[in-house]
Ligand binder design. Structure first.
Ligand code: SF4
Length: 295
């Protein structure tokens, strides 16, 4: 069983989706997601190339990569032209963003980088982490950079990068002191920084690793009945869930009004005692918002 942060994120959004993805990894790709993938890929290639990493900015090649996840083709909603239209709105910003990101890395005294660095920790089950950019500085520390195509600067998911920083330490024995979120906005690149030296992440890491392991064991044992998201939640919709069309609580439901998800409601949040409320209850963690899901 291979564990990854995306498994945890899917679990937090909808545990049933995690199970459906395990059964069939093919899922729908929405235009917004496509744009996010394209922007990531383009910038990562360009930043890497500036640091001597082999790369390729060929548009067709990048599009092909975005339409496939490993060997699994992503399913399109409608015609490819819809995706290209969505991309055309942001394409003129790509080189400006790349230059500004590079300036940030240079100011951080980054000497070399790894792009989409794939790191694996093995402890009974493999945990795979893939950071957008890992920058190595002169003082033998690393900074993890996360590209976010969003202008919601106060919304970032520190869980993911905290997990990746742990993986960097485990696999390379290099301390990560800073996490930098690079928000790609219409006004240019804006930074939000997170300092791991002043904020102890050990409880969060412990929770994530245990939760991922529990999920992995459950899936390995053939779990098929994880509960669904609150069907009123924004991720449980045709243009937000890649499994909508094959889910008994999604398109296959005959009457959405009367579906009982078996999940009782949370009086405080209005959310179900589904993944979100569970997430909050366990450690008061940050809830991902609609805007950042696609970054
Ligand atoms: S349609 Fe809703 S319940 Fe079904 S997998 Fe998607 S988010 Fe979960």
């Amino acid at each position: 069983m291979r564990l990854s942060y995306s498994m945890l994120l899917n679990y937090l959004q909808c545990p049933l989706r995690l199970v459906l993805l395990q059964q069939n990894p093919q899922q729908f790709l929405f235009p917004e997601q496509f744009v996010g993938l394209y922007v990531h890929e383009y910038l990562e290639q360009k930043i890497g190339m500036a640091y001597g990493v082999e790369g390729d900015l060929n548009k067709d090649k990048i599009i092909r990569q975005c339409l496939h996840y490993k060997d699994t083709p992503r399913l399109l909603v409608g015609d490819l032209s819809i995706y290209m239209d969505a991309l055309s709105r942001w394409e003129p910003m790509l080189d400006t963003w790349a230059e500004q990101c590079l300036e940030i890395l240079r100011n951080d005294l980054v000497q070399s980088v790894d792009i989409e660095k794939r790191m694996i920790v093995t402890a009974g089950m493999e945990l795979i982490a893939m950071a957008d950019i890992v920058g190595y500085t002169a003082d033998d520390t690393a900074i993890i950079y996360d590209l976010k195509r969003s202008s919601f600067k106060n919304k970032y998911d520190v869980k993911q990068l905290a997990l990746y920083s742990w993986v960097v330490r485990q696999t390379m024995n290099i301390p990560v002191h800073k996490l930098r979120f690079l928000f790609l906005t219409s006004n240019g690149v804006e930074i939000t920084e997170y300092d791991l030296r002043t904020d102890d992440q050990s409880a969060l890491l412990d929770w994530m690793l245990k939760k991922l392991y529990t999920i992995g064991v459950a899936l390995e044992n053939g779990l098929t009945e994880y509960f669904p998201a609150n069907t009123l939640h924004y991720t449980c919709s045709p243009n937000r869930c890649g499994k909508w069309y094959e889910c008994p609580y999604g398109a296959l439901a005959t009457d959405l009004e009367t579906i009982d998800t078996g999940v009782s409601s949370d009086e405080d949040t209005g959310h179900s005692i589904g993944a979100y409320a569970l997430h909050q209850d366990e450690a008061g963690f940050y809830l991902p918002t609609e805007q950042e899901i696609f970054c």
